[in-house]
Design a protein around this ligand. Structure first.
Ligand code: S3P
Length: 176
């Protein structure tokens, strides 16, 4: 089984890293936000405005269930996905989860430069963004930390994750 699942706050770099790991492991890359946008032909922002956040969270839960038939992939989840309902347990059942840990200031620095539209933080100035992240991260960390691997900034490399995945393959385990 080669299912890698990257979780972490908005701006932690899940998609960028996910694409690199997928090409290294030679498996498809899936970005949950992009899949949802394509499926509903709406941006995440539009779903939030038209149907509300709780509807978006339902869509995310259904999305996890839809992955059960896929054998190999690297998934970059939306930042909030692991933190609602039983999603984190389901993600752990589905594959090997990696939490990309980053500090609130680092996340704020990355997000302030991002051009992507993110409904939860739209229009925030830097200071407001830092306190929003500190607060949200405080609520979300208990979910994120249920990941099989918690990676600090230096450990967030395609090589590190690909190596862990190689070690987790049954053939590799048998050699030890
Ligand atoms: C969200 C993160 C976003 C997206 C939505 C809500 C969150 O994904 O799913 O805007 O609640 O943290 P990214 O983490 O890819 O930005």
């Amino acid at each position: 089984m080669k299912r890698v699942i990257l979780i972490g706050f908005m701006g932690s770099g899940k998609s960028t890293l996910g694409k690199k790991i997928a090409s290294r492991l030679n498996v498809p890359f899936i970005d949950s936000d992009k899949e949802i946008e394509t499926h509903f032909n709406k941006t995440i922002g539009e779903i939030f405005v038209e149907n509300g956040e709780s509807h978006f969270r339902e869509i995310e839960s259904n999305f996890i269930s839809s992955l059960i038939d896929k054998e190999k992939f690297v998934l970059a989840t939306g930042g909030g996905m692991p933190c609602f309902g039983k999603n984190m347990d389901e993600l752990n059942d589905l594959g090997i989860t990696f939490y990309l840990e980053r500090s609130p200031k680092e996340l704020a620095n990355r997000l302030i430069q991002a051009k992507e539209h993110r409904p939860l933080i739209d229009g925030m100035e830097y200071e407001e963004l830092v306190s929003f992240i500190e607060n949200k991260l405080g609520q979300r960390e208990e979910f994120y930390k249920k990941a099989a691997f918690v990676l600090n900034r230096e450990e967030q490399t395609p090589e590190a994750i690909a190596n862990i995945m190689t070690l987790l393959q049954p053939e590799a385990l048998q050699k030890n």
